[in-house]
Write a protein that binds this ligand. Structure first.
Ligand SMILES: Nc1ncnc2c1ncn2[C@@H]1O[C@H](COP(=O)(O)OP(=O)(O)OP(=O)(O)O)[C@@H](O)[C@H]1O
Ligand SMILES: O=P(O)(O)OC[C@H]1O[C@H](OP(=O)(O)OP(=O)(O)O)[C@H](O)[C@@H]1O
Ligand SMILES: [Mg+2]
Length: 281
């Protein structure tokens, strides 16, 4: 049975469970359940703190997990990122009280508070900046006001927490994070894992694409399919009406409205866009 680690709380938990449910897996009914077996799909889910997931997967105790790229890197665990899952996006950034420092080299000899001490130490030591890293569990934005640090490094999503604390980001992002699928280093390919990864890949594609159908005069079909090349190749079917064809193609969801405008200008009519519920490519 494939053993899968899933975030039990925090910013990644709800979206991870939604993705697994969309991929056809049974999920826990109560937030108190620690483990559930999905016998129909031959997998077992372990609900764990996202920060701990890389540790279990790195040890090989669990076969695969969902966690944040930043948490994986901070753990130092022997686990590899397999693919980004497109949710839980954030930047990891330095911030200081507005107007006090302007670049990362100003940190020399200062105190930096963070929940991601490994990532921060590695970043600063690579740049030869000598700091004292103060490791805190959360609410890191308060550390400066409370006098335990001169700067912080923390997860930034909208930036509103920083603004409320009177802080501003400085320097380049330390890293860009999102939820990722992780496996133990050098894990063997198994058919159970392949099925799991293919299901998640199917969800990613179903989320990123829509199905587009339209009718167009035969003489314009080449130009139309150039706008909607699809992933493999568009389906072109004859219409009962002489001189017209129907085209069906997958189109990126974020481009769909623009593509429809361009198809309209080419003379396409009867354009319909529908969601894709699931797919295997
Ligand atoms: N707004 C956000 N706040 C915190 N983490 C976020 C946010 N958006 C995305 N993430 C990602 O979620 C992961 C952190 O989740 P985690 O559960 O450890 O922290 P949390 O959501 O702050 O929960 P808690 O503070 O209860 O531990 C990281 O990978 C981080 O990049
Ligand atoms: O840029 P924003 O959209 O404001 O989001 C980022 C903030 O959210 C998280 O804190 P959380 O609420 O999880 O509290 P914590 O610091 O105790 O983990 C994170 O640690 C930042 O503080
Ligand atoms: Mg938090």
């Amino acid at each position: 049975m494939l053993k899968i680690a899933v975030p039990n709380k925090g910013a990644l938990a709800e979206a991870a469970v939604a993705m697994l449910a969309e991929a056809g897996y049974h999920q826990r009914r109560s937030s108190r359940d620690l483990v559930i077996r999905d016998v129909d799909n031959d997998v077992e889910f372990f609900y764990l703190r996202p920060r701990d997931i890389a540790v279990y997967v790195g040890e090989g105790t669990l076969d695969v997990g969902i966690t944040g790229r930043d948490l994986l890197l901070d753990s130092g665990a022997d686990a590899d990122e397999v693919k980004g899952l497109g949710f839980g996006r954030s930047s990891f950034r330095f911030a200081v009280p507005a107007g006090t420092m302007s670049e990362v080299s100003d940190f020399d000899g200062r105190r930096i508070a963070t929940s991601y001490a490994t990532v921060v130490r590695a970043y600063l030591s690579e740049r030869g900046i000598d700091t004292h890293v103060v490791r805190l569990d959360g609410a890191v934005e308060s550390a400066i006001r409370l006098g335990v640090a001169d700067a912080i490094a923390d997860v930034v999503e909208t930036g509103s927490t920083l603004r409320q604390a009177g802080l501003e980001v400085i320097g380049d992002p330390i890293l860009e994070s999102e939820a990722v699928l992780i496996r133990p280093n050098n894990a063997n390919e198994t058919s159970a894992y392949d099925v799991f990864e293919r299901r998640l890949q199917g969800v990613l594609v179903a989320r990123a694409y829509v199905m587009m159908d339209y009718d167009i005069r035969t003489e314009h079909v080449e130009r139309a399919v150039a706008l909607t090349p699809g992933i493999e190749s568009p389906t072109v079917s004859p219409l009962h009406r002489e001189g017209w064809v129907a085209v069906r193609s997958m189109v990126r969801r974020d481009a769909a409205q623009k593509v429809m405008d361009e198809l309209w200008a080419l003379g396409a009519r009867g354009t319909l866009v529908t969601d894709i519920l699931a797919c295997r490519l």
